[in-house]
Design a binder for this molecule. Structure first.
Ligand SMILES: Nc1nc2c(c(=O)[nH]1)N[C@H]1C(S)=C(S)[C@@H](COP(=O)(O)OP(=O)(O)OC[C@H]3O[C@@H](n4cnc5c(=O)[nH]c(N)nc54)[C@H](O)[C@@H]3O)O[C@H]1N2
Ligand SMILES: Nc1nc2c(c(=O)[nH]1)N[C@H]1C(S)=C(S)[C@@H](COP(=O)(O)OP(=O)(O)OC[C@H]3O[C@@H](n4cnc5c(=O)[nH]c(N)nc54)[C@H](O)[C@@H]3O)O[C@H]1N2
Ligand SMILES: [Mo]
Length: 554
């Protein structure tokens, strides 16, 4: 998030939630937003094909066809420009490329947008007015707009909207992706991405490589890059998960070390994933429970759960928070960081890699999570001042926090953007990779329910949750149910080009006619048997949200 949860909940005059089931999937923040609407009259526009719970609180609910968000956002910006609601001084002072961007937006008049999105013209006007007139307005999104082949473009277009309205760098505004996993923000910050070291320092940058090679004492012998001599670390950009899996069948990937993921449940096209995992030479899985993926592993390493470890998690608003061991480690399990460093040490000693022991952080010799944090402080500029000592003392620190006396940064981009001026990007609508046709006439979207967590390895072990939600339900509109002859009790068979599942239908107007919604919480009816790996070209995220299916009585 560019802003903070408190800040948005307190100061935004309007909220735009697009592609996030905020109350079910982000319940804490969802409650803050509901309270802001109810008690201080903040306006709320929700753009979501489904009638999710938070729409009960919405000033306006826009039900676009899945995969048409760019047309919708461009349509809103067309009206904003037509009415002169844009923030001219922000555009002049803080941005560039406005004219090129505007030319593209002018291709999205309301009647065309209504045709693409299925939203009536009056509602598009109404939404534009609420969002533009109530300033500052904060945009929130999650997987409903990112899990598309246009995921990155969707996000860029929301950035366009917020620059157009001058809602960047001020309280109550901003671009606010609601991060999903408790520490996914921290994992990205720490370089858990194929192209960067911690704090998004590129692996292709010579100075950066030298800095890390020096700190880690790596010296695999000199080699040449861009005419200069480099030691140690590779400058090759790695692969994303969605590239690694097919890479197995292409002979590019021979072994995998999977830590805390259950790809048989969570990756697209399960049949294909099983085939990949059957074909791999060597698979190590570090888990807290036996999972659907463990059957394919050559070696299982027992890690520990959140309740059994010390360290920090970084949340969606870039805030670093301490977690402390609440229960003793169970059985033979070990801290995840300890297992990783033991493996790394053995790899180092078994290769020709020479490690300079005089380097400050060589040899994976960590004594504790605090020792790891000290290394982070010295090599990760945005975390430079975020120490365990300060967090223990109760300081609320959000990165960037470069030094020990820096108070942290609750709002990003307040004076300028990271690149200087904000660049407007012309973004065109592109239809989803798979469209309903005669063979697969319905559209399926996938995601989560309140009571379960992804593949369900944790939540399906909780008796109370299973009592409330004990089997996969497929949401289906009453019109479609009637057509099929369902009275709400039957089992449906949902089939895509990849496979099929059978599950109980939940007949509900949460989904519009022609659309079903399935989750991936239960192995016997996982939506991922049906999804496919059509990827966003930049982020390589699969299009989990738009799948063509046919639905029959089972
Ligand atoms: N209880 C629970 N909470 C969770 C999780 C969990 O498994 N269980 N997982 C966590 C994780 S890792 C994540 S990433 C987040 C995900 O959080 P969210 O993204 O909020 O949740 P999703 O269920 O993926 O669905 C997002 C919404 O997108 C809508 N949608 C579908 N297609 C489109 C479209 O084309 N356009 C738009 N605008 N919307 C569309 C869906 O109807 C749905 O309401 O949740 C986190 N929170
Ligand atoms: N169809 C469809 N598929 C999706 C999505 C969707 O919306 N639709 N969403 C996608 C998204 S956004 C996400 S984030 C993924 C999530 O997919 P995954 O990351 O695969 O799912 P999780 O259940 O969060 O975690 C996987 C495993 O981690 C283990 N685990 C938990 N804590 C620890 C720990 O501390 N240490 C170790 N070593 N293991 C631990 C759990 O037992 C669990 O089996 O699913 C993706 N897949
Ligand atoms: Mo996620």
């Amino acid at each position: 998030m560019s802003n903070s949860m408190d800040d948005v909940a307190k100061f935004a005059k309007a909220f735009f939630i697009i592609g996030s089931n905020t109350t079910e999937q982000h319940p804490v923040f969802g409650t803050m937003l509901r309270r802001a609407v109810k008690f201080r009259g903040a306006k709320l526009v929700v753009a979501d094909p489904r009638k999710i719970d938070i729409t009960d609180f919405a000033t306006l609910h826009l039900r676009q066809r899945p995969g048409t968000d760019i047309a919708l956002i461009n349509g809103l910006m067309y009206i904003i420009l037509e009415k002169g609601w844009e923030d001219k001084s922000f555009i002049d002072e803080r941005t560039e490329n406005f004219d090129e961007f505007k030319a593209t937006v002018m291709n999205y008049p309301p009647d065309k947008v209504a045709e693409i999105t299925g939203i009536p013209v009056e509602k598009i006007y109404e939404a534009a007015e609420i969002l533009a007139v109530n300033s500052p307005m904060a945009v929130m999104w999650a997987m409903g707009i990112t899990q598309h082949i246009v995921g990155v473009r969707n996000v860029m277009d929301l950035a366009n909207l917020q620059m157009l309205l001058g809602n960047m760098g001020k309280p109550g505004g901003g671009v606010n992706p609601l991060r999903g996993q408790n520490n996914v923000q921290g994992a990205c910050d720490m370089g858990g991405l194929p192209n960067v070291f911690p704090a998004y320092q590129p692996v292709t940058n010579l100075e950066v490589i030298e800095k890390f090679a020096k700190a880690w004492g790596l010296d695999s012998g000199p080699r040449t890059m861009d005419g200069k001599t480099v030691r140690g670390l590779s400058s090759t950009v790695g692969a994303t998960v969605t590239e690694m899996m097919p890479g197995i069948l292409e002979g590019k990937v021979h072994s995998l070390y999977i830590l805390g993921e259950d790809p048989v449940m969570s990756d697209p096209d399960t049949k294909h994933i099983r085939h990949c995992l059957e074909s791999i030479d060597f698979l190590v899985l570090q888990e807290i429970f036996p999972s659907e993926t463990s059957a394919y592993a050559d070696i299982l390493l027992p890690g520990v759960s959140f309740a059994e470890k010390d360290g920090t998690f970084t949340n969606t608003e870039r805030r670093v928070q301490m977690v402390r061991k609440a229960i003793p480690t169970q059985g033979d399990a070990r801290d995840d960081w300890w297992i990783i460093s033991q493996i790394a040490k053995r790899i180092l000693s078994g290769t020709s890699e020479r490690v300079r022991s005089d380097a400050p952080y060589s040899g994976w010799e960590y004594s504790s999570p605090s020792a790891i944090m000290s290394e982070i402080n010295s090599l990760t500029p945005s975390y430079g001042g975020i120490t365990h000592a300060r967090l223990e003392a109760g300081e609320r620190l959000q990165w960037p926090c470069p030094t020990a006396d820096h108070p942290g940064t609750p709002i990003l981009h307040s004076k300028q953007f990271t690149r200087g001026k904000g660049k407007f990007m012309p973004i065109e609508h592109v239809p989803p990779a798979e469209k309903p046709d005669d063979d697969y006439p319905m559209l399926m979207s996938t995601g989560r329910v309140l009571y379960h967590w992804h593949g369900g390895q944790m939540s399906r072990r909780a008796k109370g949750l299973m009592e409330v939600y004990g089997e996969a339900l497929v949401e289906m509109n009453p019109n479609d149910a009637e057509r099929l002859g369902l009275n709400g009790k039957y089992i449906v068979r949902v089939t895509s080009r990849r496979g099929h599942i059978e599950a109980q239908a939940w007949v509900t107007d949460r989904v519009p006619p022609g659309m079903v919604y399935a989750n991936f919480h239960f192995p016997n009816a996982s939506a991922n048997e049906l999804t496919h790996a059509a990827l966003d070209p930049v982020a390589k995220i699969p299009e989990y949200k738009v799948i063509a299916v046919k639905v029959e009585l089972a």
